[in-house]
Design a protein around this ligand. Structure first.
Ligand SMILES: *Cc1c(COP(=O)(O)O)cnc(C)c1O
Length: 364
């Protein structure tokens, strides 16, 4: 039995008629750029995140990049972020001209360690960019407290955490701005690339709407140099259909995670820790093993789509070589990168599939 890491086909099968109808409407109206469905999706998504406004963008990377720009981040500034994330978390900072400064993470939750943030603050620090990694919120209260003290912006990387809650508050609307990705494999995925930024600050939303559309408010009146980074109307129409099911899909992910916990109980593999403050939405179910690479091969050879998120901390990527980080400088993140292993997880995964994954792990 082959068990993929992510299965994108089942969702389409269950929503086919509704999705085709939504896509057809866009094609009939031919309003492909910033059509009505984009506005409608922005309203729905802001409501889902309990934020005041959402702005549809071309990707999660752009939501971070343009979000930071909207917050006024630019050359000479420093932005503190987590060392263990997808590269886009850091490259978005670099695209503004600012420098990413990498903090170590909590050994249990893998999210940015607030104590580590404090040590890294300089007179150039302008923002903190916590990552809600694997679907679990970062510890936002101490982060917001530091930001308040030092007058820093907080941009949340919520690209893996649509619907996750921190002390009952949905992520993305806790900091100044939250960035979401609708890459197909995310908890809410489009049929291609897409993203959104959520904010309670109407001025930030206004600036983002200009940044995504060539710096114009009115056609051909360019107040500053913006980008072409709009969420496609087609993707917005698809996302509106799928958003209605997101809460249910997230509960199914949580249920699958707790089945994994059950079947792995007593094994030598460490299950994910759910922090007391968090409602985890399990974008990924990540265990740890000191023989990670061997276990990964073992599972892959047996048709189980395990993965590694992520095998190398961002400051140690070749692209960031020039920043001069030394091995051992971010010990918790570095060790996690050597040991983490993601198991197959998607809302439709069956108990039988989970059992098969776990019994194969036990054979290792
Ligand atoms: C997916 C992801 C991004 C980038 O999103 P895209 O839509 O692929 O540009 C950024 N940060 C994290 C943590 C992600 O998982």
């Amino acid at each position: 039995m082959n068990i993929p890491l992510v299965d994108l086909k089942t969702q389409y099968q269950t929503l086919t008629a509704e999705l085709i109808e939504a896509v057809q409407q866009v094609m009939v109206n031919a309003n492909f750029i910033l059509g009505q469905q984009v506005d409608d999706f922005e309203v729905d998504f802001a409501l889902f995140c309990k934020g005041r406004q959402a702005v549809g963008l071309a990707s999660g990377t752009d939501a971070l990049h343009l979000g930071l720009r909207a917050c006024g981040i630019g050359p000479g500034d420093e932005v503190i972020t987590a060392a263990n994330s997808f590269i886009a978390t850091a490259s978005a900072i670099s695209f503004t001209g600012a420098t990413p400064v990498f903090a170590d993470v909590d050994p249990e939750t893998y999210t940015i360690d607030p104590a580590s943030i404090r040590e890294l603050i300089t007179d150039r620090t302008r923002a903190i960019l916590p990552v809600h990694l694997y679907g679990q919120p970062a510890d936002m209260d101490p982060i917001m407290e530091i930001a308040g003290e030092k007058e820093l912006k907080v941009v949340e990387d919520a690209c893996q955490a649509h619907g996750a809650q921190y002390k009952g508050k949905p992520v993305g609307s806790i900091g100044h701005l939250g960035a979401f990705s609708f890459y197909p494999g995310k908890n809410l995925g489009a049929f291609g690339d897409g993203g959104a930024a959520v904010t309670n600050d109407p001025q930030l939303a206004d600036r983002l709407k200009m940044l995504r559309n060539y710096g114009q408010r009115q056609k051909y009146q360019h107040e500053f140099l913006g980008f072409n980074s709009r969420l496609d109307t087609l993707q917005a129409a698809i996302l509106r259909v799928k958003l209605k099911h997101l809460a249910e899909w997230n509960s199914k992910r949580r249920a699958a995670a707790s089945l994994y916990d059950q079947y792995l109980d007593g094994s030598k593999f460490r299950s994910p820790v759910i922090a007391p403050y968090s409602t985890h939405v399990f974008h990924l179910y990540v265990i740890r093993s000191q023989k990670r690479d061997e276990l990964l091969n073992f599972l892959n050879q047996r048709g189980i789509g395990a993965g590694t998120h992520y095998p190398r901390a961002i400051p140690f990527q070749k692209a960031y070589q020039s920043l001069g980080y030394r091995p051992g400088q971010l010990p918790v993140a570095e060790r996690a990168c050597a040991e983490v292993l993601s198991l197959p997880l998607f809302p439709e995964i069956t108990e039988e599939q989970i059992q098969t994954v776990c019994s194969t792990i036990q054979e290792f």
